[in-house]
Unconditional design. Sequence first.
Length: 128
Amino acid sequence: MRTISASKVLRKSRSRTTWPGGSRLPLHVQDLGEKANDTAAIADAIRAAQEETERPSMIILRTHIGYGAPHMQDTKEAHGQALGEEEVKLTKRFYGWPEDKAFFVPPEVLDHMRRPGQPRTADGGRVE
């Protein structure tokens, strides 16, 4: 499996982040690892970055291309090929969506998309 990783671009020391070529910048780095689909963890990291006023912030996380597609996740095929009928069915099962519907938009997604420009909190909630 081929991955792109921030660890190939930067190395962390105890107090500073070192970039290639030895440049040292005092960054506020939060490495969330595999939490790319954990919206609460991401919201917490964004809040922590907003609260950091002395240093630039960087949030590192690892995403999975084709997340939820059991046979194509993390493959180049997930990016450039149709999943196919069986893989789509399995992916819908992964998400808990109806497998028998050809096109399905979860109600919460539809609700969110019908309100463009409405202010949202860091975790996606509506600002009242």
